[in-house]
Design a protein around this ligand. Structure first.
Ligand SMILES: *Cc1c(COP(=O)(O)O)cnc(C)c1O
Length: 424
């Protein structure tokens, strides 16, 4: 029988993988004389080598021609945000006119809620998951208050109903039915950051629309991780960041999707000059004519230096394509799961759903014995160059990124856990 814990086996899996690793396209943090096994792409993705070229191109243009950079060459700043439009659309399953790179995630969430959360006394409520990412909860709570409603009543938080803290579709369906008549908005994660659970977006949209409410998604952990079909799923709006699976650097410019059906909406919005229709923007008139589609929500001329690394990242995603990346992700995370179940289940309990279609790359692992044991294992892993991330009180998240993680990385994680256990 094949020994899955044999380094030669992991090496064979890597050598024969249908999608050879693109690891050499990235700068991998060092550990001693070697490299880290870096599993924190769900928090901050690694730097693509080409990011520096794109940033340096902007710096060079700025140095050489300054203001003329707005109109010089193929990557002129005036239309720079358009350079990523097609690739972004393919990444999330949208038409190019439905996506835009702008601002940061939480800012975009607010901008979208200004347009798509329009509470009335009869329908004031937002449905979210209990334990939502704090920034999302702060944004929603403050929006409810801003409109003069009471979050204690009108921010409805759905508690997990499954043993590991995950949510069944039946519970979501039930909540939308029960509260449907009072809902203005359902705001859901694509992937829950703590548990790694992936949700059926199209189904949540159908239920929400049947209840007469708007449906938006936070795709921070889903974009660049799972294949998405935002247009066909009928999602009203979505927001995500580009510094996690999308490797565009700390605080990178974020993404935003607005469905085509809202392209020419007369809903209220917070406007800025970059959202103005480009052909007349520079007439500098007082009246606002929005660009049809997602670009109509832009406020400022974009931070070109911040957008440069995103180009490098999207070039890689686009060259491989999400279907091939997802296939590789299934193999890598599947190997991780098998190794844990085979030999490490006395130490690690997998919190993330077991069905691959209900998760992405990440496995959330609860460490047996509680917080002190968990921290001890986490620190031991880091000392040995294996980077995961820590979620209180006792969870280590491990996210193999199919662009740069290998089966060898995963085996190194498993063998390091084993060594720690056996030394205890
Ligand atoms: C990472 C993450 C954020 C971070 O928000 P920023 O505005 O980019 O700082 C927000 N929400 C979720 C669900 C996240 O995973």
């Amino acid at each position: 029988m094949t020994d899955l814990f044999d380094p030669a086996h992991a090496a064979r899996l890597d050598a024969s993988d249908p999608l050879p690793t693109l690891r050499e396209q990235f700068l991998i943090p060092r550990h001693g004389d070697g490299e880290q096994a870096y599993f924190v792409g769900n928090s901050l993705g690694l730097q693509p080598r080409r990011a520096r070229d794109h940033v340096e191109e902007v710096l060079r243009t700025w140095a050489e021609v300054a203001v003329e950079g707005h109109f010089t060459g193929e990557s002129q700043w005036m239309t720079y945000h358009g350079l990523v439009r097609e690739q972004l659309g393919r990444l999330v399953g949208a038409k190019p006119s439905e996506v835009v790179a702008m601002n940061t995630l939480t800012t975009n969430l607010h901008l979208m809620m200004v347009s798509f959360y329009r509470p009335t006394p009869e329908r004031p409520a937002i449905l979210i998951e209990a334990g939502a990412f704090p920034s999302d909860r702060h944004a929603m709570e403050s929006q409810v208050r801003f409109h003069g409603f009471d979050p204690a009543r009108d921010l409805i938080e759905l508690e997990p109903d499954e043993p590991n803290g995950t949510l069944s579709m039946a519970a979501i369906e039930d909540a939308i039915r029960t509260h449907g008549h009072r809902l203005a908005l359902v705001l859901w994660p694509g992937i829950q950051y703590r548990t790694g659970q992936f949700f059926d977006l199209a189904r949540i949209v159908r239920l929400t629309h049947a209840a007469g409410a708007m449906c938006g998604f936070d795709l921070a952990h889903a974009a660049g991780n799972r294949e998405l079909a935002l247009h066909d799923s009928g999602v009203d709006f979505a927001v995500w960041c580009h510094y996690k699976y999308l490797n565009s650097g700390p605080g990178a410019i974020a993404g935003c999707f607005v469905h085509e059906r809202h392209a020419n909406t007369d809903r209220p919005r917070f406007a800025g000059w970059w959202g103005h229709e480009p052909s007349t923007r520079f007439l500098m008139g007082p009246d606002f004519t929005p660009t049809p589609g997602a670009e109509g929500w832009q406020l400022s001329n974009p931070p070109i230096l911040g957008m440069a690394p995103l180009r490098a990242s999207l070039e890689l995603f686009d060259a491989v394509g999400m279907p091939a990346l997802r296939d590789k992700s299934l193999r890598l995370t599947g190997y991780l799961e098998t190794l844990i179940r085979q030999r490490l289940d006395s130490v690690l309990q997998i919190v993330t759903p077991a069905e691959p279609e209900r998760r992405g790359a990440q496995l959330s692992l609860r460490v047996a014995g509680g917080r002190a044991q968990g921290r001890a294992l986490f620190d031991y892993l880091a000392e040995n160059g294996v980077l995961g991330d820590w979620r209180e009180p006792d969870v280590i998240r491990i996210s193999p990124a199919p662009l740069y993680n290998t089966h060898a990385d995963i085996l190194r994680f498993a063998r390091t856990v084993e060594a720690w256990r056996d030394a205890a």
